[in-house]
Design a binder for this molecule. Sequence first.
Ligand code: BES
Ligand code: MN
Ligand code: MN
Length: 453
Amino acid sequence: MPLSLLKKNEDKNLKELITFLSFPSVSAKSEHKKDLKACASWLKDHLNKIGFKAKVCPTGGHPLVYAEYMVDPKLPTVLYYGHYDVQPPEPLELWESSPFKADIRKGYIYARGATDDKGQTWCHVKGLEAIIKKTGTLPINVKFLIEGEEEVHSANLPAWLKKNKKMLKADIAVVSDTAQFSKTLPAVTFGLRGIASCEVFVYGPNRDVHSGSYGGAIANPINVLCQMVGQLHDKNGKIAIPGFYKNVKAMSKWEKAKFKQLPYNEAAYKKSLKLQALHGEKGFTTFERTWVRPTLDVNGITGGYQGEGAKTIIPSMASCKITMRLVPGMDAKDICNLLEKHLLKIAPKSVRVKVDKHGGASAVEVPTDGPWLEATGRAIKKGFGKEPVFMKEGGSIPIVGDFKKILGVDTLLIGFGQQDDNIHSPNERFRIVDFVKGCKTAAILPDELASVK
Ligand code: BES
Ligand code: MN
Ligand code: MN
């Protein structure tokens, strides 16, 4: 039985995950280019070792790993997707153990990428391996795509999909890069928000100048940037950019009802973040605000002097990075253009404003019924011991929309993580029981998918 083999190999599988987690595969930073390459090569070797035909493919950016285990053209073909790149680990001083030396404590494995997305990807690799080892084959054809640029918008992947459309032909895609609803409720995710990214630059005097000599007579770029950012929301928490909401698709009755059925404890939510109060768009619940309403957030703001002691200057420039989460109907390019137009309009003449538009990805919605979903539900029920609930997520996985647009393939979003796994934060972690149940679910899923005609 594949499941008894998984049980026997629990320690070994975890040790291998620790090796996977030891590569500092931070896609955002060019200094880690070699580490991404090494991680891809290690993955390829591992997949080859367990019976796949794997290769490292160049993309123009960081490479991706592609592997196949083809059994019989008559069987369903499943495209598995994961990403081996991770977010920058900073601020390092807040980590209780080193981000790239995985540490196991109190039932968790701690490391950057533990859940997002090395740990979850590993569940499928190990689940499939167990079936291959026990039965000598798989009940489905598997195509495995593990990319290295998810955390930087998957900019090169759509072109690669287009170029390799034939090779990637599949009946359904499986992605484990989301979370369960809670520690007692596994979930299937039926929608993700999209994202649009911009960077804003505000230029003042041609050099930093003495804030005593010049202060009062010229605009301070940081002050102006803050004022402009401050105008991007109105007092009801709505985004004050003309046209921003024009294509926003309204929530369906079905989805509103589904969200209402999910348990929500506002006190616990606040407590988990040590907050006195929540904040958001008036008239919407927390689930609605984070899953089906668009947002605008500054991710970082820079300018002037931040070193030790005092430096009395008016800085020559200030900048910030802004991302907007998109919901169905909204287009990333369109939204970046609206933001740019609005910022240029509200900018005072005393500064020069420039907006770099980095684009993004659309929101995705995947089917909520049909035989693939039923098969997934059965696998989760067997793996986690409970029927999954339906939920959405506020985060984005850029390529999922392209699986549908370019390959014509729907995706099953099966999250094994938890909401408090600290993804993108210090002390990212994956619960060992979720890893074990994730592997188990992954070992059951192929049989269930094989039963779909
Ligand atoms: N795994 C996340 C997406 C996610 C986050 C799903 C939270 C469910 C809950 C993914 O790795 C991610 O972080 N995506 C980025 C994409 C961006 C950089 C284009 C995101 O959402 O910020
Ligand atoms: Mn991820
Ligand atoms: Mn991520």
